[in-house]
Design a protein. Structure first.
Length: 150
């Protein structure tokens, strides 16, 4: 399977114990998607949102390691989704598995979500830098971790 990582598992030091043979394939984005913080723990999720995009890294993983990633993501409150398509820098589209929050209820229109966890966001930034995600994206992640603003 192709796994789209946008959270702490972007950090190779976090991914390696979970999926030691995961093979980095390429960086990509989820078009028409935004990063959200729907839960009080400050861990990110993604949701469809016109005019937005979320950058991450795509890894090839085998079935057992895919299950291990699913367990690690579940510990952070996310479940697998297969309805997102990742787009690489050349514009090619790929079916990927990514993980989103278990939150069932949509926030009210005036709710901006919860505050990002700065420790968690440092790991996300570390992984984003490692994989050379777009500079503007990394800077935005850094702002989230430092300013705790959405």
């Amino acid at each position: 399977m192709l796994y789209f990582a946008y959270g702490a598992l972007l950090d190779p030091e976090r991914l390696e114990p979970v999926a030691p043979t995961a093979e980095f394939r390429f960086i990509a984005h989820l078009p028409e998607t935004k990063l959200t913080f729907p839960n009080p723990d400050g861990v990110p999720s993604v949701e469809p949102a016109p005019g937005n995009t979320v950058w991450g890294a795509v890894f090839a993983v085998d079935g057992e390691e895919g299950k291990a990633i699913a367990r690690a993501e579940a510990k952070e409150g996310r479940l697998p989704r297969t309805d997102f398509r990742a787009v690489d820098r050349a514009g090619r589209k790929y079916e990927v598995v990514t993980f989103t929050s278990r939150t069932e209820t949509a926030p009210s229109p005036n709710d901006t979500g919860h505050v990002p966890d700065p420790v968690y966001m440092r790991q996300v930034v570390k992984g984003a830098r490692h994989w050379n995600l777009p500079t503007g994206w990394v800077a935005g992640l850094e702002d989230l971790g430092e300013d705790a603003l959405i």
